[in-house]
Structure formats: structure tokens, C-alpha cells
Design a binder for this molecule. Sequence first.
Ligand SMILES: Nc1ncnc2c1ncn2[C@@H]1O[C@H](COP(=O)(O)OP(=O)(O)OP(=O)(O)O)[C@@H](O)[C@H]1O
Ligand SMILES: [Mg+2]
Length: 370
Amino acid sequence: MDMEDEIDVRGIRKVYPGAEPSLRGTKLEVQGPVLWARNLARSVHLTSNRAPSVDALTGVDLTVRRGEVFGLIGHNGSGKTTLVKILAGLIAPTAGDGQVAGVPLRRAETIRARVSYVSTTGWMGLEWQLTAEENVRMFGVFCGLDAGSVRRRAQEALRAVELWGDRGKYPSQLSNGMRQRVILARALLLSTPVVLLDEPTVGLDPRTARSILGLIRHRLQKRGQTIVLTDHVTAELEAVADRVAVLDQGRVILCDTPAALAASLGHLTVLRIHTEEAEPPATPPPPEVRLVHCVQRPGPVPTHVWRIHAESGPRVLDAVLNWITADAGGEARVVLVAQSEPSLEDAVRFALPRRDQEDLGRAAATGVGA
Ligand SMILES: Nc1ncnc2c1ncn2[C@@H]1O[C@H](COP(=O)(O)OP(=O)(O)OP(=O)(O)O)[C@@H](O)[C@H]1O
Ligand SMILES: [Mg+2]
């Protein structure tokens, strides 16, 4: 481990037991019209759930340097939240070890004091009887800030997430995106060495997402805090993260700077092509083509939207256009052609090999990707 590492974990595994543990030994009680479920000893099973156990993380090594903004990307269920909760000291790994903010992983209680964990998914923990400002302040009080700091930092945080004007509104009077920004304001309250943000921008429109991420990054980095955030949207992380790791089925399959990951596909070019009135070709794609993605957009004129990754070369665009329009007998209209360099998103697509290979397999067989 390096002295500059704020997070350094090795061989992290997490197996969730099959049946929901909180439901074991739970008894149903019916009181009037209300159904209560309470944890009572010596009781019956609430459900017949015998779900098998889940290997949520299967051996994750991760190092995050002090002051770094680190992004975790992955599909639903890939293990992002599980990993973040382990780093926050909220759940224990089944196996593996390491340190977070200088504290060994097994001392979870001490870790929790050095980490701010903000999750915008699931239950958001907003008190509906309190205004936006009171909600943020309450969090500060719970975390042990004195009254003066609470007032000052709550104001600063609400201004940062552009909610100062709406500070007197109750959660029921705020839009989803605004509620989420109340939650994010909490991340700005504390000066813990590590800040963990689980899906900070889900549900925000792209403009707000970018500006809030930029703001958070700026503020937290100024204080020297280390940030780990998860997201599905690679484009946002590309702009804000120093490094990203891609999780797939509980494993880290890629980890590097967004620029380096995109550059790893430097030999490829990305073609975006829209065609009208064209049937997808029945012939296999030209040999330069590595990956084909095509969706049909309904409308008065059916449009096919193609995204094709191919080996760069002077004739690749002609070859691809000929292939796409070959079976149309002069009927096809190409309405858009755009060529770009591979991005982080492309690198992520290529890193998830099985699913993408299926796309190509189908493209070769039938002419159309998924
Ligand atoms: N409390 C739990 N009990 C049992 N299984 C769980 C629990 N939490 C998560 N899992 C399982 O662990 C795996 C990883 O889930 P996790 O929530 O970490 O994924 P994620 O990458 O955060 O997904 P998403 O993008 O949907 O938030 C999934 O298969 C999920 O079903
Ligand atoms: Mg999650």
C-alpha cells in the first residue's frame, strides 16, 4: 500500500445469503386495517422465499488515491452499491481486507466516522415534515456539527446545489430532481476524508447532472476529500472522474483514466448512420466491422439507427454504407452519417465481451445487431 492511497482493498468478496435475513424469524401481526411486520424471536417464516445466495462481489481489488475522483460503472446488479457500502463500513465483506482513510476494513465503526455516504437510490431518508433546509441541517446535527457550523454549511451546501431559493419548501413540494439535490447537499456538509456517492445523478436532467457533478468535484477537492461515485451514464463520469473502474458481475474488468480507456480503442472508428426505408442487410458486414448495434425507430418513416465500430481505414465508411444499403434496391435514404473517435462509453461496451460478441454474432448471421 502507498501512503497516498486513501482506499486500498484486496480480494473483496461478498456473498448475500439466499433468503432475506431481515425476514427470517419475522411474524405477521394484523391490527385493524394495518399490517405490521416485526422482528420477533421464535417465529414463523414470513415468506416461502428460498432464493439462492448471491455472489455480489467475487474478488475486487481497488486502490483510490487521496484527492482522486473515482467512478464506478456497471450494469444493474454488477455490485456497485455493495462495494460502496463495504467501503462505507455499512456492511462487512464475506472475505478480503484493506483500509479506508487509514482504517482497517474490519473496524467498520471507525470507518463510518471518516466517510460520508450519500445514496440517492431507494429510500432517500428525507423527513417530509421538514423543509429542504431543515432536512439538511438535521443531518448536520446528527453528525455532531455545532449550531453555527450547521447553519453556515447548510446554506453553503444548498447554494451549491442551486436550491437556496427553494429552501423553505417541503419534500412534497419539490420535484424528484430537487429532492435528490437536497440529499446531495448533505454530501457537502461534512469534511470527512472520503465521500461515497451512490448514483448521485440518477433522475437529474443532463445539464443539472453535469453542473452538480462539477460543483461537487470542485468543492470536495478544494477540501482535499477523496470521492468515489457510481453511475450508469459513462458520459458524465468521463467529464468528472480522474479514473474509472468497470464492474461486471462482481468483478473489476477495467480500471484506468477515461482517456486511457478510450485510447485503448484508438484503432477503431465509430460510425453513426441513420437510414430511412431500408431493410437491414441479409449479408454479413464487411471484415473491418467489429461491432454492430442497430435499433429501429418507429414513426411515419421507419428509421434505422446504426452504431458501428470498425477498424479505421480510408475505405471503411464506403464499405459500411454499401453494406447497409445493398439490399434496398435504391430505396434506402441515408439521412445522417457521423464519424467519431471511440469514447469511454465505447470502451465500456467492448469491455463487456459476451453481450457485445452476441451483437456481432447476430449481425453476422442476420445482418442486424441487438
Ligand atoms: N441485501 C441483499 N440481499 C441479497 N442480495 C442482494 C442484496 N443487495 C444486493 N444483492 C444482490 O447483489 C448483486 C449486486 O447488487 P448491487 O446492489 O450491489 O448492484 P448495483 O451495481 O448497485 O446495481 P444497480 O445499478 O441496480 O444499483 C445483485 O445480484 C443483487 O441482487
Ligand atoms: Mg446500486
